[in-house]
Design a protein around this ligand. Structure first.
Ligand code: NAD
Ligand code: MG
Length: 390
């Protein structure tokens, strides 16, 4: 029985994870669930899965609903520290980190320090604190298995290969809802259009990141943090059908790809049971004819400048990836609130990057300082852009 702590249980990845668990009750048991503030949804999950612990990160929301305490066999806890604490408990085998944003970093580190398997969906924690995560992994104990479909694809393709046999990887990107549009055509697109993703059904933040291609930049950095190939050996290509989840090219010219329907349940199940493969009839029945044709295109750097901005931040290293991520979080929130336009997001992130320098972080304090500095600069840029366009 694999005991799971599910961080971000009420979100898109959280719900997909519960769907997988529901089909395999003999194999998985959810021992902890968390949410930021969606209490009714979390209560429903607790009633169905009966975990030992439930955490509401927003303490006030829990306080208004009776506060901490044991109810119906589940211990209710409040606050972000409780969330980190359940990630490190020893009655857990796998921590699924499905939180959104750099806010997931402490939980990522806690799970690894406790020697757990970390099934990581929360790529922002790996981008913001990659050096710290790497150090945890190199010191031993924990294990990181990616949930992100591209990185799961790479893992599945390189399984059993010698590191020197891998020549390069190519991540695929759906291109989002604005694929094919020019920069000028993107000047007036609003949140509603940006939230209409053609192939994946995901949380709001990653859906906007997919529309700007910032998501693919985060994933290039994520790939570097996971597989250490060097940025010259990590590419990305647009593939609108989202059937090929990534390519791995080997030194002898052979190329492997992992393909399948765009459902996160496949990489989630794989991250939970890796390296084992577990039968799941609900996920089978791939039909290549129904998926055809499969097409590939170059990324349009002019229309989607956040892609190269992010990759450049990755190459710069040090605290630049943390600044890119923080600036992007502010830009996405401002776009969703109608405070900055779609094409206004890149200058906001540029301002965040310009505000932060420095070498690789050696502590979370250094990451949080860069994160705060970058957010401050990004918020100021949002105000400046608003004034200029008012
Ligand atoms: P979501 O917004 O649907 O869900 C986020 C979850 O985290 C919710 O349960 C929410 O309550 C909780 N949460 C958010 N902010 C929090 C905070 N500050 N403190 C505590 N809890 C908080 O997001 P999602 O789409 O499920 O994405 C989760 C992560 O997985 C992201 O990093 C995303 O990039 C990554 N990811 C998602 C998908 C997908 O298909 N949705 C695919 C690949 C990777
Ligand atoms: Mg992905």
């Amino acid at each position: 029985m694999i005991r799971i702590a599910l961080l971000g249980a009420t979100g898109s990845i959280g719900r997909s994870t519960l769907e997988v668990v529901r089909r395999h009750p003999e194999r998985f048991r959810v021992v902890a669930v968390t949410a930021r503030r969606s209490l009714p949804a979390l209560r429903e999950i607790v009633e169905e899965f009966r975990p030992e612990r439930a955490v509401v990160a927003d303490r006030e929301v829990l306080a208004a609903a009776g506060g901490p305490g044991v109810r119906g066999g589940t211990e209710w806890l409040g606050g972000p520290e409780a969330l980190v604490e359940v990630a490190g408990r020893d009655d857990v085998d796998v921590v699924v980190n499905a939180l959104v944003g750099a806010a997931g970093l402490e939980a990522t580190l806690a799970a690894l320090r406790a020697g757990r398997r970390l099934a990581l969906a929360n790529k922002e924690s790996l981008v913001a604190g990659g050096a710290l995560v790497r150090r945890c992994l190199e010191e031993g104990g924990g294990e990181l298995v990616p949930v992100d479909s591209e990185h799961s694809a790479i893992l599945q393709c390189i399984e059993g290969a010698a590191p020197e046999a891998v020549a390069r990887v190519v991540l695929t990107a759906s291109g989002g809802p604005f694929r094919g549009r020019t920069r000028d055509e993107l000047a007036h697109v609003g949140p509603e259009a940006a939230l209409r993703h053609p192939t994946w059904n995901m949380g709001a933040k990653i859906t906007i990141d997919s529309a700007t291609l910032a998501n693919k930049a985060l994933e290039v950095i994520e790939a570097e943090m996971l597989y250490r190939l060097g940025y010259d050996r990590i590419g990305a290509v647009v593939h609108p059908q989202s059937i090929v989840h990534s390519f791995v090219e080997f030194v002898d010219g052979s190329v492997l790809a992992q393909v399948g329907e765009p459902t996160m349940e496949i990489p989630i199940l794989y991250a939970l049971t890796y390296p084992e493969r577990v039968p799941d009839a609900a996920l089978r029945g791939f039909d290549p004819v129904a998926c055809s044709p499969l097409t590939f295109e170059e990324i349009d750097h002019e229309a989607f400048p956040l892609f190269s901005l992010g990759v450049t931040a990755g190459r710069r290293g040090g605290l630049a990836p943390a600044a890119f991520n923080a600036g992007n979080e502010i830009a996405v929130a401002a776009f969703l609130e109608g405070r900055v336009s779609f094409i206004g997001m890149a200058p906001v992130v540029e301002a965040a990057l310009a505000a932060v320098g420095g070498s690789s972080p050696t502590s979370t304090d250094e990451v949080w300082e860069a994160d705060r500095e970058a957010r401050r600069a990004a918020r100021a840029a949002v105000e400046r852009i608003k004034e200029r366009t008012a």
